[in-house]
Design a protein around this ligand. Structure first.
Ligand code: NDP
Length: 332
């Protein structure tokens, strides 16, 4: 796969490292708004060329696919341009910052017959895949509750547009809640129906952007999920608890790429550790995407999955500002 990179971002450095580890992946060009940043990125990441004109990336580097990791407000126009140039698109989350754009991206990918995927990388975790299997096997009976804590201390180097640019889709809800909602859709296999969110300002974000949020999401089938996302939680571990009528599953440290996931099953027979291997989550996303582009299987998270997590996040933000729960609706 000939890859074009759109955005010389920090996450692209990580994803490029994953791509380089997968046979057959060629980094043929990077687009950046800054010529200097693009040049530096290309040199550091082994990318063949850099440019400041998106059309030049398509025309000169001739990528089969692009990985888009610009700030969030650019995901939609850049995806549409890449699809028009005949590229498959792996786009960072949130897929877009409004539902009209997200729906347009999904429709355009179908029209152009290209794969559109969203980098909801947590689906690639073997811990999360195991949890999904255990639920399907009935290991804890009927699931009725979920508690998820994805509270982190946002590293200093990630301060910037996430904290001070509402127009770029900053704030913890569009940044982290989208991942959590996608993960629960994946693990539970059901869709969120309503969301109640209370947002918090701890002084890290500028006015108008939240740096903490707690939500209650009701899923089809009656599962209630409690979600906590934060940028200001020091020295804590992420956790995911799945509560069933016959037992519970607890998964620690699976929500950050640096964590080592630990799963514990508690049921009538006692407490059991479930072994789980740690893998490179971005490599998992890239592998599935490359296969899907070759006509084998589906990406880990599709454009529709990206649209759905954005729909829930936007309903959460609407709930936080109105003080009322919101029904979640998905564009056709
Ligand atoms: P960065 O702030 O590192 O980069 C975002 C964009 O800003 C880049 O594409 C680049 O655009 C520009 N940029 C980069 N460095 C600078 C700089 N020093 N000064 C000015 N502009 C700069 O963002 P992230 O890597 O944190 O996030 C990028 C996207 O990836 C977001 O959509 C985010 O939500 C997503 N993300 C996803 C993760 C995941 O695990 N799935 C993890 C982290 C982020 P250009 O080169 O065109 O100017």
């Amino acid at each position: 796969m000939r890859w074009g990179l759109i955005g010389a971002s920090r996450i692209a450095e990580r994803v490029c490292a994953s791509m380089r580890g997968i046979e057959g992946q060629e980094l043929v060009g990077v687009y950046s708004r800054s010529a200097e940043r693009g040049r530096d990125f290309a040199a550091a990441q082994g990318v063949a060329q850099s440019c400041t004109d998106l059309n030049a990336l398509f025309a000169q580097a001739r990528p089969d696919a692009v990985y888009i990791s610009s700030t969030n407000e650019l995901h939609a126009p850049q995806t549409l341009a890449a699809l028009d140039a005949g590229c498959h698109v792996l786009c960072e989350k949130p897929l877009a910052i409004n539902l009209d754009d997200a729906a347009r991206m999904v429709r355009h990918a179908a029209l152009r017959k290209r794969v559109l995927a969203t980098n909801h990388h947590l689906r690639g975790s073997l811990a999360h895949q195991r949890l999904r299997e255990l639920l399907a096997e009935g290991a804890i009976g009927r699931v009725h509750g979920v508690q998820l804590s994805h509270a982190v201390s946002l590293p200093r180097q990630l301060h910037g547009w996430r904290l001070n640019q509402p127009d770029a889709g900053g704030g913890v809800v569009l940044d982290i809640l989208v991942h959590d909602v996608d993960l629960l859709r994946f693990v539970l296999g059901t869709e969120p129906q309503t969301i109640h969110t209370v947002a918090q300002h701890n002084g890290l974000t500028q006015a108008g952007l939240e740096d903490g949020a707690m939500s209650i999401v009701a899923f089809e089938g009656g599962v209630l999920a409690q979600l906590h996302e934060s940028f200001v939680a020091a020295h804590t571990l992420t956790r995911l608890d799945l509560l069933g009528t016959e037992g519970t599953l607890n998964c620690m440290q699976s929500l950050t790429v640096s964590g080592t996931p630990v799963i514990t099953l508690r049921d009538a027979r006692g407490e059991h550790a479930i072994p789980v291997e740690q893998v490179d989550l971005h490599a998992q996303t890239v592998r599935a995407f490359v296969s899907a582009c070759a006509g084998h299987g589906a990406p880990l998270a599709s454009g529709v999955d990206g649209l759905r997590s954005v729909a829930v996040a936007l309903a959460g933000l609407a709930s936080a500002s109105s003080g009322c729960g919101q029904a979640i609706s998905y564009p056709a």
